[in-house]
Design a protein around this ligand. Structure first.
Ligand SMILES: [Zn+2]
Length: 478
């Protein structure tokens, strides 16, 4: 019997397909790829008997996993990494002057830094949530990664938050409607572009940041166009206070009344969601993005990801931003999500390593509506995969019996630098730690220069004198 021709054959790898209900481990595993798709996955001897390829890659020192999925991030904030940490008043007395100084012409430098940083740590799909700017989607396209891009829609009047003084935020429907139109134009241009690598979601920023009228309009547009909704929900006591003051109800019952709770909703954070509200979301088929590093650092809170998942909902992992969480790295999120939820429940069996790995891959894919394309290594899916070098000291030794130690070590010991190679849609974007489709050094140098420009502007803004962290500087703690 003649063999089928494919483009690439990975052989002799420690494959984790993430198919089925666990991790889908295959020792001495192989993967056949043709074009952008996975054709076959199985044991090396089986695939070598049935397939031939011009490129046969021996992956014996590697684990092969689906590419990781970052379900929530604001990439321009890369330029603000590490300037607003460990303070109780993050928004007002730590971030405000930096946010003001980070103007749109500098955003691309931040996006490029964060996306390359994530790629080097195995992230192949990014859910970026920002105000669209020229060059944003084009960068994802040219780099070759997968992205689900969410143009932000915010209907608050300028300075509504700082002028509210504990009262209600003022809405600006005209501004909100302009942002809706910009989001729709962006969706028209980019939905399902670049052979399906780029998709678009609608992004009402939060239930307290748009009038009910505009929230309804956004939901109607999304339903008509088959677009999903990516939204911060119950992200802090500040939001819940606004909702109770304005409507006499909390965010989740409010969104339920508005018709927002369905399988098209990705609800980010849920920091303040009660157990009953979590069950309501799951019952309606909504998904959750948990940003354990960000919410842990900013609020000292562990969001209800374990409950959401145990109730049967899909939970994906998000990094959120370098200004809140410092690193755009899903290995960090896997470990933090597992550890923080164990601490919260005082139970070591909550979110075991294999579940954290599923959240970073197949469950994240389902959470963002791409579970039929990515998230597992199975025939017919896109060839998005990462090779992890098991010869790194922190992943050694490798044992297979009596107990396989790879999954716990990938979640609790890996930090991302062990990712040797990354393939998206059948194309190598990184090999041997070298990025092939962008100039990594140039991106770092540009981001440094852009960040220095931001800092010059902040120093010229008198508000910088009241930054909380100046006290820490004086005390030699920073
Ligand atoms: Zn966010």
């Amino acid at each position: 019997m003649s063999k089928q021709a494919v483009d690439v054959l990975f052989v002799h790898g420690n494959v984790f397909t993430m198919g089925g209900s666990g991790v889908g481990a295959i020792e001495d595993g192989a993967i056949a790829i043709r074009g952008s798709e996975i054709v076959a996955v199985g044991r090396t001897d089986e695939l070598l008997a049935n397939y031939e390829a011009p490129e046969v890659i021996d992956t014996s020192p590697f684990a092969i996993l689906p590419g990781l999925i970052d379900c929530h991030v604001h990439t321009p904030e890369a330029l603000l990494r590490g300037v607003a940490q460990d303070v109780p008043d993050y928004m007002e007395r730590a971030m405000a002057p930096f946010s003001r100084a980070l103007t749109p012409e500098l955003w691309l430098a931040g996006t490029r830094l964060n996306v390359i940083e994530g790629l080097k740590a195995g992230t192949t799909t990014t859910m970026d949530f920002i105000t669209p700017y020229p060059g944003w989607a084009e960068f994802y396209d040219s780099l070759g990664v997968r992205a689900q891009l969410t143009p932000k829609i915010n209907g608050l009047a300028p300075d509504a938050m700082s002028t509210a003084k504990g009262g209600l935020y003022a809405f600006d429907n005209a501004k909100g409607r302009r942002m809706i139109n910009a989001a729709l134009a962006f969706a028209d241009r980019w939905q399902d572009e670049a052979d399906g690598r780029i998709t678009v979601m609608m992004g009402p920023q939060a239930p307290d940041m748009l009038s009910p009228e505009l929230l309804r309009e956004i939901k109607d547009h999304a339903d008509r166009r088959g677009l999903r909704i990516h939204m911060h929900v119950a992200q802090g006591d500040r939001e819940i206070r606004q909702m109770e003051m304005r409507y006499g109800t909390r965010s989740i019952p409010f969104l339920e009344d508005l018709g927002y709770l369905d399988e098209h909703l990705l609800a980010v954070h849920l920091t303040e969601a009660t157990d009953e509200e979590v069950r309501t979301l799951v019952r309606h088929g909504a998904s959750m993005a948990v940003c354990s590093g960000c919410i842990g650092l900013l609020d000292g809170i562990v969001p209800p990801a374990a409950l959401f998942r145990s109730e049967g909902g899909y939970v994906g992992l998000g990094t959120d931003s370098a200004s809140s969480n410092n690193c755009i790295n899903l290995f960090n999120e896997m470990k933090l999500t597992a550890v923080l939820n164990k601490v919260k429940a005082k139970r070591p069996d909550i979110i075991p390593a294999w579940q954290a790995l599923r959240m970073a891959t197949i469950e994240g894919a389902h959470a963002i509506g791409l579970g039929d394309r990515i998230g597992s290594l199975e025939p017919g899916k896109q060839a998005d995969l990462i090779l992890i070098d098991l010869q790194e000291l922190n992943l050694s030794p490798v044992v297979h019996a009596p107990v396989r130690n790879l999954v716990p070590n990938l979640v609790y010991s890996a930090s991302g630098h062990e990712v040797d190679s990354v393939m998206v849609a059948g194309r190598f974007l990184m090999r041997g730690r070298e990025i092939l489709t962008a100039n990594e050094r140039g991106i770092r140098v540009d981001a440094q220069a852009a960040s220095e420009e931001v800092m010059r502007r902040v120093l010229a803004d008198p508000a910088h004198r009241s930054l909380s962290l100046l006290d820490a500087m004086k005390a030699d703690d920073l």
